[in-house]
Design a protein around this ligand. Structure first.
Ligand code: EPZ
Length: 429
């Protein structure tokens, strides 16, 4: 078993480069089966969800050639439809995009129910609503989503009941090769939606309106291959910004798009951090003494839900009482128990957490209950007094490329250890 071990208290100084966005990479990689030409995707994060997406493509018959640690050539010429192994697709939510991609290429899809972090119920009714608006028939059989459009998909109009990233992505992927025009109303506006649209348009698709609430897709006959570079990961960048705010120090964060981070920067400045922006860089400095703040997560351009646990970890030691309201997920508070083991004073009522700032957290053995909760444990451990051991770090590796190495380079006392059992600890790095 692996653990991350942190001896807290060190401020962070130096420079860190941000990788490509996980939530852009997954749809772009899976959508690459829409063309029989080769695609080269650059600036991928080296994370386990990307490795899993490539394994899924390989299992479908795609040729996968890693060109560098962060770029891959995908040859989908011989990709075949059919059942994608349950044990693969059930490991992440992003595999749901295979439904749109297989429907788009083959007119049929047979995909295991998608997995992903546990935030309570994670329905796919809006995905189904969109596919049915395009003439597909959807059944749920033995834990699989079975979709068919024997005459191929036709353009349709869908008005989502709620803003949903996944369904917006899935319908966009399915619509690019459909016969006719598709309109997605009440669409999600996240930067990774725009990145996917840019990738598909680079392959010859005709998509307009990505990044707004109405996306229009005119179906085309075929897509050609392309070379595409993934946008920087705003949540990875925000996570490092939160870490510096909590520990104190000064860090230059490179390869970012400051516009995507505006609401995170504004909130951290409200709490007392100082932030300077350049074209592709943000420099954040903090004394570590922060003011309380309120956070309400909403779909983009609102405060990102994927920064919620990390910000709660920062607010644990901010002076005063903070309120964090989760506006997207049914239950994203499973990290709270773990922070309480470190001395945090948090109470949760429904979708709202009330955080009373304490002087310092104390290191403790905690679990990474999901991806962003794991990042929150790291931030709390960096700022805490004493030793924190984080288990369940596989969930962290799903979405952060070398977070231990990057933080160590910024002066953190952090390492990964392998424990064959509780007694035997061998230092990994
Ligand atoms: C994506 O999940 C992200 N995952 C999540 O990031 C992120 O939290 C979420 O979008 C919101 O930004 C990936 O991109 C792989 P949704 P997704 O569909 O697509 C409801 C991370 O940490 N809903 O936007 O599953 C749903 O229950 C991960 O990187 C329906 O009701 O999220 C939720 O309340 C965690 N019916 C809300 O919409 C549907 O058919 C938003 O879900 C679909 C969604």
């Amino acid at each position: 078993m692996e653990k991350i071990v942190i001896n807290g208290g060190a401020p962070l100084y130096g420079e860190v480069a941000i990788n490509g966005a996980k939530n852009a990479a997954l749809p772009i990689l899976l959508a690459s089966i829409l063309t029989r030409d080769k695609c080269v995707i650059e600036h991928l994060p080296a994370i386990s969800d990307v490795a899993l997406a490539l394994e899924i493509l390989r299992s479908m018959g795609a040729g996968i050639k890693m060109l560098t640690r962060t770029s891959v050539e995908i040859d989908a010429t011989h990709v075949r439809g059919g059942i994608v192994p349950y044990e693969l697709v059930s490991k992440m939510r992003g595999s749901s995009y295979l439904i749109g991609a297989e429907l788009g290429r083959f007119g049929a899809a047979h995909v295991g129910w998608p997995g992903g972090c546990d935030f309570g119920v994670r329905p796919i009714d809006q995905h189904i609503k969109g596919f049915e608006a395009m003439g597909a028939k959807i059944d749920i059989e033995n834990g699989y989503i079975v979709a068919s459009a024997p005459d191929g998909l036709r353009g349709g109009q869908v008005y989502f009941d709620c803003v949903t990233v996944g369904a917006t992505i899935n319908i966009m992927i399915a619509a690019v090769l459909a016969k006719g025009n598709t309109v997605i109303d009440n669409a999600a506006r996240e930067p990774h939606i725009v990145d996917l649209a840019n990738f598909l348009n680079t392959c010859g698709a005709k998509i307009t309106g990505a990044g707004t609430g109405v996306i229009r897709i005119s179906g085309v006959e075929r897509l050609h291959g392309c070379t595409y570079t993934i946008i920087p990961d705003m949540i990875e960048a925000g996570t490092y910004m939160a870490a510096v705010a909590a520990t104190g120090g000064k860090v230059r964060i490179t390869n970012v798009i400051p516009k995507h981070l505006e609401i995170i920067s504004a909130k951290l400045e409200e709490m007392g951090a100082l932030i300077e922006e350049e074209d592709e860089t943000i420099t954040i400095s903090s004394t570590g003494d922060l003011r309380r703040a309120n956070i309400k997560t909403l779909p983009y351009p609102g405060f990102p839900t994927d920064m919620h646990p990390q910000m709660s970890a920062v607010l644990c030691c901010a002076k005063g009482t903070s309120i964090v309201s989760e506006g997207v997920w049914e239950n994203r508070f499973r990290y709270v128990d773990e922070l309480m083991k470190m001395g945090a004073d948090i109470s949760v009522d429904g979708r709202t957490a009330t955080i009373q700032g304490v002087e310092r957290l104390s290191g403790a053995p905690v679990r990474a209950v999901d991806l962003r909760a794991g990042a929150a444990m790291i931030i709390a451990g960096l700022a805490a007094e004493g030793r924190t051991e984080i288990s369940g770090i596989g969930s962290i590796e799903r979405g952060y490329d070398d977070i231990v190495g990057k933080l160590k380079a910024l002066g953190a006392n952090i390492k990964t250890i392998y424990c064959s059992d509780e007694n035997e600890l061998r230092e990994a790095q």
